[in-house]
Write a protein that binds this ligand. Structure first.
Ligand code: DX5
Ligand code: ZN
Length: 225
């Protein structure tokens, strides 16, 4: 049974205190930290890259960096992110023509490989071969590019489609996810939950983390019956 993993998106954190913000999340119960890398090409914004991740990695012992690569030419950054301490390298399927070779390159650098689909990309873009080779599948529930957007509910059926095809795989949702939208995500079968504003802007982030996790674990226990 896939376990609940909470991955707070640091895009909503205070970048001036990034390492401290990551530590605060781990203390609050987060398993992973979601690091949104944007290149100004695949998406209009620029956020951060390998040099910053490398500093965070050194400052936060044991951190699992779930790197969401919103970049054109994702092949280009595998080595830099691996050298920076990335644990999982999640690329967009829209940005590559050879997902299998890219997954192999990510694995060769001892990172987990994730494959993301944007709101207008069907779940079938993840073929059986790609889905089997990947360690995680990411269904975007907003258009990639910035935090704080409204959850797009029509993306949720894609989570259920992927869960039916890949019962044991980590399936992540990202964008507008929080206490108000977690139920549909959990019921559809996602187990890795990214939340930026819903966690960082909460008066008590650990309460939000605990409740998101409980909702996912309850749903997963129901599936396994
Ligand atoms: C959007 C990013 C998300 C974003 C999520 O492009 O991929 O990770 O930071 O933020 P919230 O949870 O605020 O929608
Ligand atoms: Zn993201």
């Amino acid at each position: 049974m896939p376990r609940a993993i909470i991955s707070p998106s640091v895009l909503a954190s205070d970048f001036g205190q990034l390492s401290a913000e990551c530590k605060r999340m781990i203390k609050g119960g987060a398993e992973w930290l979601h690091m949104d890398v944007m290149d100004g090409h695949f998406v209009p914004n620029i956020s951060m890259g390998a040099p910053i991740l490398s500093c965070v990695y050194k400052g936060v012992p044991g951190i699992f960096m779930d790197c969401h690569m919103m970049v054109a030419e994702p092949e280009k950054w595998v080595n830099d992110i691996a050298d920076a301490g990335g644990s999982l390298y999640c690329f967009h399927i829209e940005a590559t023509s050879d997902a299998i070779s890219l997954i192999n390159a990510i694995h060769a650098r001892n990172m987990k490989a994730g494959v993301a689909i944007s709101p207008d990309t069907p779940s079938t873009a993840i073929t059986d071969e790609i889905g089997t080779a990947a360690d995680m599948l990411l269904v975007m529930t907003v258009y990639p590019g910035r935090g704080g957007q409204k959850f797009i509910e029509r993306c949720v059926p894609k989570v259920a489609e992927l869960r039916a095809r890949f019962p044991e795989k980590d399936i992540e949702v990202d964008g507008g996810v929080g206490p108000k939208t977690i139920d549909v995500c959990a019921d559809a079968g996602s187990n890795v939950i990214v939340a930026g504003t819903a966690i960082f802007n909460a008066p008590n982030p650990e309460d939000v983390i605990t409740s998101l996790k409980a909702t996912v674990n309850t749903a997963q226990a129901r599936f396994s019956k």
